[in-house]
Design a protein around this ligand. Structure first.
Ligand code: ADP
Length: 296
């Protein structure tokens, strides 16, 4: 089974002709509300593929929290670990201009109240999970606590987004650390040059057992501390909206690792899932079923 530890947000999206300056008001399109947040996205992506998936997260006792619980349940995610209350549900306020550029304000809300104590109390979920997948939209000390509760032989997958410096204990558990170019540059923290192979070496030097670098339409690079460096090709598709591609990729990879695939095999499957996700708009709405991946 897969356990996702992470965030759940309501994404509130308004189209605007232009953004307001300070003190100004502009009128926008009708509001559209989507379930989002990297943790919630990953859990839905995995469950839609057929993975037995649980989510450990915190939402508010409010309408947005109920939207998130409903969307998780509809996808088949076990929500026994979704805690309710303590603060309003996390929200992303998103304006989209005619060129398609986003401006986003995030209120972490309840995500910021997912405490190490909450993680400790979810011990049985960890014991039932071969793979635990986390991101950084919840407190880093709670992610660190998750590492301490892995089942015997349990595997830890981390997408450090939004990127920040990681404690050695967390880095050492990552198998793999999954980053895009931006995250690689922040985490490795040095002048990295242009070659993903060099980024992978710099990241491996920080202590993870393995690293996967996602490269958008260029696919991904897999590097294991004690193994080969493997380029994973992307699947050529007509990209419509890349929102959530990284979340779908990470969820698929974590699931396939739990099925016993090698890291390179799992990344190859994940690249197909990521490609399928960019062919449809939105995040959770765009995630494919296993049948759709097979048909790609
Ligand atoms: P993030 O959203 O975190 O920046 P990427 O954009 O690298 O992540 O996307 C994750 C994965 O999704 C890529 O490694 C790739 O396999 C797949 N993917 C993303 N964009 C495309 C695309 N335009 N065509 C095909 N596959 C894509």
């Amino acid at each position: 089974d897969l356990l996702v530890v992470g965030s759940a947000n309501a994404d509130l999206v308004i189209g605007v002709e232009r953004r307001p300056a300070a003190g100004e008001t502009v009128l926008g399109s009708d509001l559209v509300v989507h379930p989002g947040g990297k943790g919630a996205n990953q859990a839905v992506a995995a469950a839609r593929l057929g993975a037995r998936t649980a989510l450990l997260a915190r939402v508010g006792d409010d309408a947005h929290g109920r939207l998130l619980l409903d969307s998780q349940r509809e996808a088949g995610v076990d929500t026994v670990g979704v805690l309710v209350g303590g603060a309003p549900t996390g929200v992303a306020l998103i304006t989209v201009d005619p060129s398609g550029d986003n401006s986003i304000v995030v209120s972490p809300g309840a995500n910021g109240r997912l405490t190490p104590e909450d993680v400790r109390a979810a011990g049985s979920l960890f014991q039932a999970s071969r793979v635990v997948s986390a991101q950084l939209e919840v407190p880093l000390e709670s992610v660190a606590e998750a590492v301490r509760h892995l089942a015997d032989g349990g595997r830890f997958v981390l997408n450090p987004s939004p990127p920040q410096a990681l404690p050695a204990e967390v880095l050492a558990a990552c198998d793999p650390l999954i980053v895009n170019e931006h995250e690689a540059r922040v985490i490795a923290g040095t002048e990295l040059g242009e070659r993903p192979e060099d980024w992978a070496e710099a990241l491996l030097a920080l202590g993870p057992r393995s690293v996967v670098i996602t490269l958008g339409a260029r696919g991904a690079l897999v590097a294991e501390r004690a193994g080969a460096r493997v380029r994973v090709p992307s699947v050529p598709v007509a990209a419509v909206d890349t929102t959530g591609a990284g979340d779908a990729f990470t969820a698929a990879l974590a699931w396939r690792l739990g099925l016993g695939e090698s890291l390179a095999q799992a990344a190859g499957y994940a690249a197909r899932v990521g490609a399928a996700a960019v062919t449809r708009p939105g995040a959770q709405e765009s995630f494919p079923t296993a049948e759709e991946v097979a048909a790609l």
